[in-house]
Design a protein around this ligand. Sequence first.
Ligand SMILES: *[C@@H]1O[C@H](CO)[C@@H](O)[C@H](O)[C@H]1NC(C)=O
Ligand SMILES: *[C@@H]1O[C@H](CO)[C@@H](O)[C@H](O)[C@H]1NC(C)=O
Length: 433
Amino acid sequence: MAGRRDGSLMRDKGQSVRRSRILVAIVIGVLLGCVFAFLFPHGLFISDRRKQSRRIGKSDLKMGISSCESPERIDMLRSDISSLSQRNSELSKQVKDLTEKLRLAEQGKDHAQKQVSVLGEPHKAGPFGTVKGLRTNPTVIPNESVNPRLAKTLEKVAVQNELIVALANSNVKSMLEVWFTSIKRVGIPNYLVVALDDEIENFCKANDVPVYKRDPDEGIDSIAKTGGNHAVSGLKFRILREFLELGYSVLLSDVDIVYLQNPFDHLQRDSDVESMSDGHNNMTAYGYNDVFDEPSMGWARYAHTMRIWVYNSGFFYIRPTLPSIELLDRVAIRLSREKAWDQAVFNEELFFPSHPAYDGLHAAKRTLDFYLFMNSKVLFKTVRKDAKLKKLKPVIVHINYHPDKLSRMKAVVEFYVNGKQNALDPFPDGSSW
Ligand SMILES: *[C@@H]1O[C@H](CO)[C@@H](O)[C@H](O)[C@H]1NC(C)=O
Ligand SMILES: *[C@@H]1O[C@H](CO)[C@@H](O)[C@H](O)[C@H]1NC(C)=O
């Protein structure tokens, strides 16, 4: 998997190197022309003067050979030069735009191509069992003016227009350290810490961790500095919006997570939101039919209900599409009006269907493999007690079910990285309150 990613990276690089070589050649050509025009207004070879002036073009012919040395001629050359360099910069801009378009096209072609027929002309349904509805929404056109400074940072940090993003203030400093150490160990280059205070910004810089500190913003910042867990969680939906507006896919990550493999090798990228689950087995993670029994109804005592354990709003991959941005807005608006848990709101907005006086969100969603993107209930209740499951290496482990986060994170590192087989043993399945 890693090889494939690298391969396409190198391909991109190869193309842009070729393009920039052409660009450099054009620029050198124009510059050389300017220099020679200044140094040798009569042409390089005096004997060739007639031929030369014929080649120079209509405006020069009008001047005639006698006026070659006049100041007008020099002015004219100067204006030629300036119009040439203007044209040159126009061309370089075009090259840049086209390069960008090509890159976007290549990135999106897999899913996009599959859906051309759905988005395009109206069409007949096709044979039984072959029909597929729209799943992968098109990405928005990036708007750099939303935040030029962030755009510059992301250009440097992101790989294939995607990156891991975590928000952190100094309350979570020690967990953040375990977090970025695990990311570095795996060798993931595209991650960014959004520092909510100076201490975290300096801490990241000192540790060579890509960091971004937002411009001061009243209201938002008072939450950022002093806020507990849930208040900061609400803030993240506001901040995430800018990343999506700039055209980036974000893997939003809490800091109570240990990385053991590169998550970008394990995503499908076919949905607006691809999230880890709070579920602990196939049923709870992927959905099941829960039968509700009401004996007094007699013949109709059984009512079937659709159930799924919530998506974890501390670890999800979100593509820069309109439904994704609508989701972030809806969650942020509700959190600003109600005293609610962001994860509950996130799931209600994602899953509740439209109904009278309510328009539901039309977002595509995918649940990540709960053994690869493992929550701490799965690890401590099931996996560590099962000889076979113990051998599997997850992509991440999220200590979302336990309050003693730091010590369990360190134990996860000991167990999966340092191979200490009994590292997980001292902990109870659940917390004792
Ligand atoms: C781009 O972002 C700027 C700044 O937020 C905004 O004023 C502008 O309307 C946006 N452009 C479009 C086309 O949405
Ligand atoms: C759970 O689902 C996976 C496929 O998603 C399947 O391979 C596995 O057998 C299922 N496990 C159980 C216990 O049903």
